[in-house]
Ligand binder design. Structure first.
Ligand SMILES: Cc1ncc(COP(=O)(O)O)c(C=O)c1O
Length: 426
């Protein structure tokens, strides 16, 4: 009989008998808290759970202010609006990220400028950022992708030199730390997603972090139809020039609010997150030590400045030359059969991404011919992103890292098994 599960053999892991850790994680605490919200009748926004969560998340990320919102796409959009970025402005983003990073930029009529990433972290390449700067550049959005950290020292230096804002897209990095500073506390604003796959989740949801009281006040208004923030939270702020409060009471915005039900789940999830992050970090270190012994498998580079890791996906680089010529898509399928869990490629590079297609909406984005040309994703060359996506990326959901050492051994065993039998795969 064939050895490989993809050819009918026994898998390394029988997930019916031995399932991977489940995601999402919840318990009695969430049930109690949700019932409390239900019975209170306070279901919408600015309720006690939202306030509690904002306070907890501010402490957790080491910032002064947190504003929760509906999801991690609108948080990016609101952050750009709060920074007064709009038509004619350019925002530099990595070519390898979820489409929301780019979509938020065109949704405020600015121009997403796509740049290549580093091949060993998959995060924005600072030298490419430097090359892409023009007099119209207003901001950089580094994305801390999957389990890696963008090189924030280099990004901060570039931003300072060119007077640019930094909006950290932390959708994958709740609790990650760079040089002792939490993701979301390093740039001007941090943006988080609490979508179901994320390691802090309420099904959907998002949050914004900042140390700037004026930005916080604007963000609070922007997520709430332009209303002045409630209460006296911002009352004692020494408001400098450009303060929102100095500009009048209201400005145009929409409803991007979170509900009390989401906030109730987030409060409980956040209590578990530090320990979960620690387990994932320890398992990630151990698994990477095993992977670095295997032919054709290259762990992601962990920068010495990453003082705490936070994984959205566990990823590694695969090189078919070290794997008897087996292509990465065949490798991923074979691995999936051995371990009984989805094994993905990276996101599609944004210059050719099926979900980032501004040209399908001329009624919205064709402001004029110059803008139309500027937002054409295909005008950007992203060779490293393309190589990662097509030839090298292997990504598995972070829940596998919530297992134990034996689970990590099993993953390494599955990869070794595929290597040994690679020539049996059609
Ligand atoms: C890097 C990145 N940014 C932003 C988002 C958007 O978050 P949401 O799905 O909550 O809108 C995601 C979601 O996957 C993401 O991965």
């Amino acid at each position: 009989m064939s050895a490989l599960a993809i050819n009918g053999g026994n898998p390394v892991r029988d997930t019916k008998k031995n399932p991977w850790p489940a995601w999402p994680v919840w318990g009695k605490e969430e049930e109690t808290s949700l019932l409390e919200v239900l019975n209170s009748g306070v279901w919408s926004y600015n309720g006690p759970k939202e306030k509690e969560f904002n306070k907890m998340f501010a402490e957790f990320t080491g910032v002064q202010h947190v504003v929760s919102a509906a999801n991690g796409t609108v948080t990016l959009q609101l952050a750009l609006e709060a920074l007064n970025i709009g038509y004619g402005d350019e925002v530099i983003i990595p070519g390898l990220t979820w489409q929301a990073t780019a979509a938020s930029v065109i949704d405020i009529n600015a121009i997403p400028v796509l740049v290549d990433v580093c091949e060993d972290t998959w995060c924005i390449d600072p030298s490419e950022v430097e090359k892409a700067i023009t007099p119209r550049t207003k901001a950089i959005i580094p994305v801390h992708l999957y389990g890696s950290f963008a090189d924030m020292d280099a990004i901060l230096e570039i931003a300072k030199k060119h007077n640019l804002f930094i909006l950290e897209d932390c959708a994958h990095k709740h609790g990650g730390e760079w040089n002792g500073k939490k993701a979301g506390s390093i740039g001007d604003i941090g943006s988080f997603s609490f979508q179901l796959s994320k390691h802090l989740t309420a099904g959907e949801g998002g949050a914004l972090t900042t140390n700037d009281p004026v930005l916080a006040e604007k963000l609070d208004a922007l997520r709430n139809c332009g209303r002045r923030p409630e209460g006296d939270e911002y009352a004692n702020i020494d408001k400098g020039a450009g303060s929102y409060s100095d500009e009048g009471n209201f400005f145009q915005s929409g409803n991007y609010r979170i509900t009390e039900f989401q906030a109730a789940i987030l409060v409980e999830g956040l209590k578990r997150l530090p320990q979960q992050n620690q387990i994932r970090d320890e398992n990630g270190i151990y698994l990477n030590s095993l992977l670095s012994e295997l032919p054709g498998v290259y762990p992601m580079r962990r920068d010495a400045r990453e003082t705490k890791e936070a994984y959205f996906n566990f990823s590694f680089r695969y090189k078919k030359d070290g794997f008897k010529g087996l292509t990465v898509d065949k490798f991923r399928k074979a691995l999936e059969s051995e371990i009984g869990i989805t094994v993905d490629s990276s996101y599609e590079p944004l210059n050719h991404c099926s979900l980032y297609v501004p040209y399908t909406k001329p009624s919205r984005y064709k402001l004029n011919d110059r803008y139309w040309k500027a937002i054409n994703p295909a005008r950007f060359k992203l060779p490293v992103c393309e190589k990662i996506h097509k030839e090298e990326s292997v990504c598995i959901h972070q829940k596998i890292l919530l297992g134990n050492k034996a689970d990590m051994d099993m993953l390494a065993e599955a990869i070794s098994k595929i290597y040994l039998h690679a020539n049996e795969i059609q």
